[in-house]
Design a protein around this ligand. Sequence first.
Ligand SMILES: Nc1ncnc2c1ncn2[C@@H]1O[C@H](COP(=O)(O)OP(=O)(O)O)[C@@H](O)[C@H]1O
Ligand SMILES: [Mg+2]
Length: 587
Amino acid sequence: MSQNNSTRSILLRIFKNYIKKHSQKISISIVCMIIVSATTAINAWMMQPVLDDIFINKDESLLMIIPLAIFFIALIKGVSSYIQSVMMSFVGYKIVADLQNDMFDSLIRCDVSFFSKTNSGTLISRFLADVGALSRGVHNVIINIIKDFFTLLFLIGVLFYHDPNLAWISLLIFPLAIYPISRIGKRLRKISKSTQIGFGILTKRLTESLQGIKTIKSFNAELMEKGKVEKEVDNIFQLTYKSSRINSISRPLMETLGGLAIAVIIYVGGSQVIAGTTTPGTFFSFLTALLMAYQPIKSLASLNATLQMAMAAAERIFSIIDTKPLITEKSTNKDIYLKNDTAYNIKFSKVSFSYEESKKSTLQDINLNINKGEKVALVGYSGAGKTTLLNLLPRFYEIKRGKITINDINIRELSFSFLRNHFSLVSQDIVLFDDTLKYNICYGQKNISNKKIFEACKKAHCDEFIKKFPKGINEIIGEKGVKLSGGQKQRIAIARAFLKNSPFLLLDEATSSLDSRSEKKIQTSLANLMKNKTSLVIAHRLSTIIDADKIILLHHGKIVEIDSHKNLLRKSKIYKDLYELQFKNKK
Ligand SMILES: Nc1ncnc2c1ncn2[C@@H]1O[C@H](COP(=O)(O)OP(=O)(O)O)[C@@H](O)[C@H]1O
Ligand SMILES: [Mg+2]
């Protein structure tokens, strides 16, 4: 019952959002399908005059007319089925395109946390395989329902026209076959679900193995990876094989029953022809119609299976389209209050945060004031929560308690574009796109002059290595920027920050991949960048700490000290330890 309900509501939704707008094309297509159906039945009916009048009665006048009529009918059938097929392909592919656009539109809005919960392989497989299955399903169902239904209707018309008694006998046999076939559909739906999950895992395994190829080789883990992929491939093999095996039952079942029907018809019809109550033409026309009815009956019987598989795909697709971000912006925002400000201060008041999966608070009771133009350094052991704290500012994650304000305006009251425009984040893991250097440096910005790009590159000390590429700034840097060293990637990210020129700077160990020499160069540029800006810097080297206005020491998600380098060194054991471990020898 509930399954029927959900099937109905999914169908309704597909119809409303994806099919209805093509009603004109579908109507034309339906008319063509009906014409095709009628021509099929006419062809079966024509068997009677062909046999009786031409072959048996040797009527010469019909010798010209009937072949001409048959050719003419074939022509009409050809044109109609061409138009129908073109129209329906358009509708089918358009549904794919619309669904994919809707899915991506929804995905790109999802919270950052959604992507740590959902594996990208699953998402990609929904994007490709599920959408294909759904569109094929819709396409087949429409064609099945219209074309096969009418073909069958007209053919049954021919059967009854020729011999109602024989028609009844043959019709009684077919429904027997439809019941088991519709049951098969249910099982197929279940298998289809597992198959899609399998494809998702396989995609994930493949991307992971291909991206981690160096790690795999250095750990001699090729066999292990091979085993993992083999397991998934085998799983998919089992499932697809099972599904096809179940599917294969329907054909022999139909054929056996069809054979039975034909045997009975030949016996009964044959005795009528021998007794002279029926002409051979009528009998053969009847038999032709019956044989032709096999195909539409078969596809109508598997209609449910097709539909069930399409519904399973639709459910998964809509679950993505319906994913709503938990972090949202308000319909009315307070951007305007900050629009004319040139300097900002940030305040954390009693902020607590935990990642959904872990119940323990990652950040607890954070009270922090970052004044206009200040440079604040964040230090603490790895895992203390430094990166997490930075990620709260652009609202990548939502805080559980407390509030964060910019010039006394809660960041929740600001629009995403306004808020995120105010932060330049240079993080540990820099994401570069497989495109040109220029594209990567200007990412997200419109109409940037070459002069500005050049300046930003110079300030970030990118200009020298960019020049060395054969195509300079138009060099394509490969997947994830494989053509660049870690330090070069970081300098690209810093150049991005120069171009973005936001009032807040968030640096998350931004210079960690640089050697001391390049870092010194960049330190001066970063200092320039930080001028007149408010910055929150996760310290990696001592130089960032010494000239910070204040240093925040984070320990197990809590702020334990806020003070200057000198004072901290004197009074904090943790700081002294960190300093000796991490900073001192890198001076
Ligand atoms: N996406 C995430 N989901 C769940 N836990 C996370 C996530 N990112 C970080 N953590 C956890 O939060 C804690 C703080 O991490 P992080 O802020 O990255 O530390 P730091 O930058 O100080 O090294 C760690 O215990 C880490 O395991
Ligand atoms: Mg970190």
